[in-house]
Write a protein of this length. Structure first.
Length: 210
């Protein structure tokens, strides 16, 4: 009996070849993609938007305060002997400096609308500037005295600190509050108290109500 063998056709051989090629190409390959580097520059906000400038009495100058200070008008005063008058700038209505053997001190005059938090809050703000603790309303008589400024009733505040001290005047005046603050080295400030009072005695504020 003769045995017949079926020879592979050309199509079968081609299919097998394609299968092997496909298997070889299906093997996973790894690629290293370089990391993308991106730098984003954020714009820096203007200084005026980050923090309001501080006033000489330690308060932030809020919108409208500078205009209110300008609307309050200019004051008149006499410069005590030995004091140096500096140019007024910003919300400062007056600016004077003292230099002596003990050190230096500066007198600033500012005005703000309303009571700016009230007498106690303003005095405690000053106390904090020279390292003193806050007080209550019952403590105020120990370091304040009534004093006439431009023919209106105000007060003088004497705050003695370790290194620096403050002698200040506060005056509610037709819807505004005027601040007269002498701050500097303790010996210089305390030795200048009488000159400070003489300065307050000479102050004349614009008063359209009389």
């Amino acid at each position: 009996m003769a045995i017949k063998y079926q020879l592979p056709t050309l199509c079968s051989i081609a299919a097998a070849s394609l299968f092997v090629t496909a298997c070889d190409s299906a093997k996973p390959s790894s690629y290293q993609i370089p990391k993308e580097t991106r730098e984003v520059s954020m714009p820096t906000p203007p200084a005026a938007e980050t923090q309001a400038p501080a006033a000489p009495n330690g308060m932030n100058v809020l919108p409208g305060m500078k205009e209110a200070a300008q609307a309050a008008g200019d004051l008149k005063y006499r410069v005590p002997e030995g004091w140096v008058e500096l140019p007024a700038s910003g919300i400062r209505k007056a600016n004077l400096r003292i230099d002596d053997d003990n050190g230096s001190a500066e007198l600033t005059v500012t005005v703000f609308p309303g009571d700016v938090g009230g007498r106690l809050a303003n005095i405690n703000r000053w106390r904090g500037q020279i390292g003193l603790d806050s007080v209550t309303a019952e403590d105020l008589d120990a370091f304040t005295e009534s004093y006439s400024i431009s023919k209106h009733r105000g007060i003088i505040v004497t705050l003695e600190g370790g290194i620096d001290s403050i002698i200040g005047g506060l005056l509610p005046f037709h819807g505004n509050t005027w601040f007269f603050k002498l701050q500097g080295k303790t010996d210089t400030v305390l030795a200048s108290k009488e000159h400070f009072k003489a300065f307050l005695d000479s102050v004349e504020l614009p008063d359209g109500h009389h």
